[in-house]
Design a protein around this ligand. Sequence first.
Ligand code: B4P
Length: 187
Amino acid sequence: MLNLILFGPPGAGKGTQSKLLAEKYNLVHLSTGDLLRSEISNGTALGMEAKSLIDAGKLVPDSVVVGMVQNKVENNLGAEGFIFDGFPRTTEQAIALDKILGEHNAPISLVLALDVDEDELTRRMLERGRKDDTEAVIRDRFKVYEKETYPLKKYYQRHDKFSEVYGLGTVDEVSERLQNAIETVNG
Ligand code: B4P
C-alpha cells in the first residue's frame, strides 16, 4: 500500500495537491476538512459542533476527527493506498493514525510537508475566500498551527519518512516536486 500524509500550514495547498496525487496513484483521498464541511452542509449534529470551531479557526476535537478517519479507512481496506490531507493535526491524532494503520498492517509510506511562507498563505486564503478565510481567523489558524500541528514535524522526522517540498510555483510545478519525492520511496 502507498500511504501518504500531506502536511503543511493552513492554505499551503494540501487539498489542491492531494486531489492530483490521489488520481495519479489511485489512492483514496481522505480530507478531514472536506469530511467536516460535508457534515456541516448536511446539517448533522457533528457538523453543527464543527461549524463554530472551524469558523473561529480552531481545531475540531481529536475524538471527532479520529472517528471519521477510522470509519473511512475501514470502509476502504481494499484500496491501493490512502492520502491523508489535513490529518493528523495534533500529536494525539498522529498516535491514533499509527494505531489504526498498525491494526491493518499498512504503515505510513511518506509524509510530504509543503513549505510556503506566511505572506503567500494569507494571500491564497484571502483569494480563496471561504467563510474561515477572514484575516482575523487566518491569524488564529496560524497560531493554532504553530502550537498544535507544527510540532508533529519532529514526530515524523524521527521516522526517516519525511520529505519537505517547496510549495511556491504553479500547481503543476509543486505536483511534480511531490511526485519526485514519492518516486524516491516508491521506486
Ligand atoms: P482544511 O480543509 O484542511 O484546509 P486548509 O488547511 O485551509 O487548506 P489547504 O492546505 O488544503 O489549502 P488549499 O488546497 O485549499 O482545514 C479547514 C479547517 O477544518 C481547519 O482550520 C480546522 O478547523 C478543521 N480541520 C480539518 N482537519 C482537522 C483535523 N485533522 N483536526 C481538527 N480540525 C480539523 O489551497 C489554498 C488556496 O490556495 C486555494 O484557493 C488554492 O486554489 C490555492 N493554491 C493552491 N496551490 C497553489 C499554488 N501552487 N499557487 C497559487 N495558489 C495555490
